[in-house]
Design a protein around this ligand. Sequence first.
Ligand SMILES: Cc1ncc(COP(=O)(O)O)c(C=O)c1O
Length: 404
Amino acid sequence: MSLTLSHRLATAKPSTIFEIAAKARALKAAGQDVVSLSVGVPGFLPPQHVYAAAHAAVDADLGDYLPQRGSAELITAFQNLLKRRGFAYSEQEICAQTGGKGALFNLFLAMLDAGDEVVFPTPYWASYPEMVHIAGGVPVMPLAPAEQNYKITPAQLEAAFTPRTKVFLFNNPSNPTGMLYSAEEVAALAKVLLAHPQVWIISDDIYDRLVFDETHAPGGFAAQLLDFEPSLKSRMAIVQSISKSFGMPGWRVGMVAGPKMLVDALVTLASQSFTNLPAVAMAAATAALDGDQNFLDVQKARLLKQRDYTLTQLAEMNLPCPVPEGAFYAFPQIGHLLGKTTPGGRVMHTDVDFCGALLDEALVAVVPGGAFGDPTAIRISYAGKEAGVVEALKRMKEWVAQIG
Ligand SMILES: Cc1ncc(COP(=O)(O)O)c(C=O)c1O
């Protein structure tokens, strides 16, 4: 008799993004001068007081388990983050999770039965469909092509709903495209949702402060569905994380705010799975959320400069790319290069071939767009150190110029 895995995991795919990052790291370890534009790390570290709080938490450790909901201080810090955003939540309506990813995963476990449908626009963050599959759900992914600036229309959203729809998942600004839905566009989607009161809404707000064009992001925050239809609150889960806005992806601290019955379910899940976040991570996250937020302006100015540089270089490569107004990704189209031959003599049939050859021949790591539902694109994360971004785009430009 052979050993088998559960159906749930037998078809689950590991994260393409982390696979590419691992390949780039392995090449680097073997002495190759690889530059990576693959992983979505923000490219900056949190302020010093965050590290001081982490050290203090080590000194104060009591060697005990901790609250499954998250420490009282962290919950208050998240509550204040939401208050600054204009959203009022009680402590019972908030819980800490292991990053935004852990939050999303547990939300799907809490919301989905087998066959339930989850609607989200394509291109999507690569983990969404995999998480939905693992939880037994079915992803429904209306396509928002580059010609539509990678944004779905209200009519597309309406058409995606069926009697099996259980969840709508919204991410503004978007990973992988960096697209920012304007206030009017978000309001129009919110109106569609009003007519479907049986559908849960997950608002993945983890990039909400990384927006460049404040005309469409009042107060420096990306517009969200709850801004326009407060009644959606009773069936909405907001996901937040310190990973992207505070430069702390490895600390694994995220949050869910939502109706008490949903948050109670997540706390039950925590009590039967990861139990609690580590004290050191919670103390550091609390310090980050409570501390001076001005450093973000400096980082946003840096990211904007690198975005503009990236767009200039992509234009010189003749790779069409809708202008990203948020996050730190660009999602250029490469479909017209498929079928052609690389400088190293390989014929590229797919986006994976393109990225594999770019890595092997020019030592630049980017992610195939197919991982995000658009196999005619690639994703570039331009948040890393400026010198690395400049070098990677220079190599890529030389390489693309020789494709024949
Ligand atoms: C759209 C989106 N949601 C959620 C996450 C999860 O982030 P984390 O688990 O680091 O908080 C990411 C990370 O890349 C993301 O891009």
